[in-house]
Design a protein around this ligand. Structure first.
Ligand code: RB5
Length: 149
């Protein structure tokens, strides 16, 4: 079973709930590392929790949501071992896997997209990392985190 962890702040509870229902209906096993109320919370705390749980568990990928996806993706990318891609369309979703081998994708609960988030998740999940020259680049990205640049 494909294991997914999802984290969200107060801005994206409804979208999170919709995505969880959809992911479960697609056969994914989903862990909710986000909040379920609209009480204000700081998105770096959610990013940290979801990413730390991801690194401890045997998850296939993670999904992060805040109002725009920006703050939570920036936060996630501070954590060693996390490559979080902020996604706007299926092209970015596909490339996030094929070239960047992202292990998290982020969306904004307050953003209006031209495509359903569900389609972008499917595109990301079914794409395959190309390796080759992209592996070298991904390894360089990871080393930036390790050196604490
Ligand atoms: C919260 O109001 C909002 O700032 C947050 O969800 C996110 O959009 C930040 O990047």
């Amino acid at each position: 079973m494909v294991k997914v962890i999802i984290g969200n702040d107060h801005s994206s509870v409804e979208v999170k709930n919709r995505l969880v229902r959809w992911l479960v209906s697609q056969g994914f096993e989903v862990t909710n590392a986000g909040v379920d109320t609209e009480e204000s919370i700081d998105y770096p705390d959610i990013a940290e929790k979801a990413c730390r749980d991801f690194l401890k568990g045997d998850y296939d990928f993670g999904i992060l949501l805040c109002g725009t996806g920006i703050g939570i993706s920036i936060s996630a990318n501070k954590i060693k071992g996390i490559r979080c891609a902020l996604i706007h369309d299926s092209f970015c979703a596909r490339m996030a896997k094929k070239h960047n081998n992202a292990n998290f994708i982020a969306f904004g609960g307050r953003v209006t997209y031209n495509e359903p988030i569900e389609s972008m998740i499917t595109t990301f999940h079914t794409a395959v990392f190309e390796g080759g020259r992209h592996r070298q680049r991904v390894e360089k990205m990871d080393r930036l985190g390790e050196r604490g640049c």
